[in-house]
Design a binder for this molecule. Sequence first.
Ligand SMILES: *Cc1c(COP(=O)(O)O)cnc(C)c1O
Length: 402
Amino acid sequence: MDFKELANKYQTPLYVYDFDYMAAQYDELKSAFKGRKSIIAYAVKANSNLSVVKHFADMGSGADCVSIGEVRRAFLAGVPSYKIIFSGVGKSDDEIREAIEKDILYINVESEAELGRVELIAKELGKVSRISIRVNPNIDPKTHPYISTGLHDNKFGVDLNSAKRMYIKANNSEHLDPVGIHFHIGSQLTELEPIRESAEIVADLVRSLEGINIELKFFDIGGGLGIRYDNEITIKPYDYVQAILGTLTALDLTILCEPGRFLTANAGYFISKVLYEKQNGEKKFVVIDGAMNDLLRPSLYNAYHKIDVITDSKEEPRAVDIVGPVCESGDFFAKNYPLPPLNHNDLVIVNSAGAYGFGMGSNYNTRGRSAEVALESGEDRLIRKRETFEDLIALEQEFLKA
Ligand SMILES: *Cc1c(COP(=O)(O)O)cnc(C)c1O
């Protein structure tokens, strides 16, 4: 990958995504499900660029959405309605209404109160809403606390007893059609056992529902497959699928899977230029033109990203903090990272930036968001323009008093 040429052509900071890598990840996971009815529903929030969503849609992927905005993106990108699902703890009435009108595969309901809203809105529309219930299996996924979702301490899903009550209520309703069951215990999962245990708990609930003649069609195992940022040992898709299938004996369900990070993270590179080096006492800093408003993960979760540099410098590496221009001490990409002395305009490449990168970006410090570029079959193409100052003030300017 010629990062230098891309930086010259599109300027920095810049996101670059390897579409061929994304396709290979999709294929690997899809083939692990071979012989089983399955739908891979790409978790749009990981990287919601329309061209990325379309790339997966073209390969047959569905979409897992957590806002109506993401549902609209999925439709625009060509994902068929029958492969779109809508999750999240806080859906507004308007969002629920639009999801029912658009006739998506199902709404993933996350509380008894929400089930009541969905029923009421479906009734107002004179429709039947397909639903799935997100079960919180109370299993520790052994990941970062901010991205753990499957414990009762987390706001997601409902406990087993509530779930059962909700299925009975939905099954008795003229306006609800319970078709699926869902769990998603966290993100960046690198251990299989918590996933298997969760699947077992949820599969047992499916069997107990069958006992009272509530027959579900979809077993939704969420996303969360971890990737390698550093030297993590990750779960192999084949082992993942086998572990899930092991819990589904005698159940004939279509498996839904909602990977985000697994499909896009290691396809992405965030390219930035060195502005300055500086030293405060003993502490050395490299200041680059990218910042926490472009890539928040290090600031938010203290996340590790491998960093490469493109430089003529042949000197020995020393420990430096790689920081951006934003006025926050939390604005860093790495701390005490070994890099050689760098020159103005050398390139700093942040790896594994294809998931939860651009999408978590903001305009903090009135910084326009980066451009995004796709690489596919040896060709590069722009998939989002760099934001300009005019873009940033567009929604405010008319209110400026003379
Ligand atoms: C975020 C999320 C995913 C995707 O998680 P990854 O770790 O990126 O695979 C899947 N399902 C739901 C409900 C989510 O909230």
